[in-house]
Design a protein around this ligand. Sequence first.
Ligand code: ADP
Ligand code: MG
Length: 323
Amino acid sequence: MSSAMASEFDLIARFFTRPAPNAVLGVGDDAALLAPTPGTELVVSSDMLVAERHFFPDADPYLLGHKALAVNLSDLAAMGAIPRWTTLSLALPDVDEAWLAEFSRGFFELADAYNVSLVGGDTTRGPLNLCVTILGEAPTGRALRRSGAKVNDGIWVSGDLGAAALGVRYLAGQIMLDAADAALCQGRLHRPEPRVVLGNMLCCVAHAAIDISDGLLADLGHILECSRVGAEIEFDRLPVHPVLAAKRADPLVRRCLLAGGDDYELCFTAPPDRDRAILAVAHAAGVPLSRIGRITAASGLRLLDGEGREMNIGERGFDHFAD
Ligand code: ADP
Ligand code: MG
């Protein structure tokens, strides 16, 4: 039995049917037809955003449309892939045309910015739930995996860290910020900018990459585990968002930097003799890149202060560090 909404076809036609120049056949048939570029591998990822759990039900629909696609683009960037196609599956509690218009505006604005075609999806009635699947391409054998890090690789981070997590703490009433700083942090939290161009350029220079969605320590930890290596990080080299810079001694701010999450920056490793190539990539992509440490043969992650002393990151490990 179908659980489709009465006006499902009308909704799809009005809000989610656009020309799909990347597809042989887009929205409107039983399935889409895609023709991958010869010499590439398909790269596929899905992310689900659930109301109450990942966002407030009254969240700005324009920003939700942006974020639902942005977090998927970030996963493809972390593989070094070029995004090309996407599908969108929605459960909606009711038909709210103003909401749908704003949601699709945010979604398509970002899709257009990276030449991604919406080629299909599903629309049904239910508790608000957004599921985006992204498909892209990477040159055969060249996608960036978590398992590629080598001993002595430099460890790099794009952009800066901590602002989105500080925005969450601010919303929860755990820290005071002036209006301008609060606005900057909210912007990072609600409107992450996926590092698509950078990720694709890193394909030729990096050994391993991940996007920072759960916090630097946790996500770098995945690279270490998959690559069976350890790391040394110099705390003073972390790229700190300007709002956090003056407050970096505050334990809460330190947690935002190291374990905050929602940054959607890229963390990657690359051989130590490629620093110049990496800085050229930073320039070409227009994204600052900071070398924050190195990969070690000894397992585990050591965090060092300005004098080279090991900093305590808590006995319970990185997963609990954000508590
Ligand atoms: P079916 O019953 O064959 O699954 P649907 O009625 O669910 O088909 O969908 C009709 C067409 O609209 C399909 O091409 C599907 O991929 C597309 N579609 C449905 N929902 C969405 C959506 N939210 N965004 C984009 N395309 C959608
Ligand atoms: Mg369907």
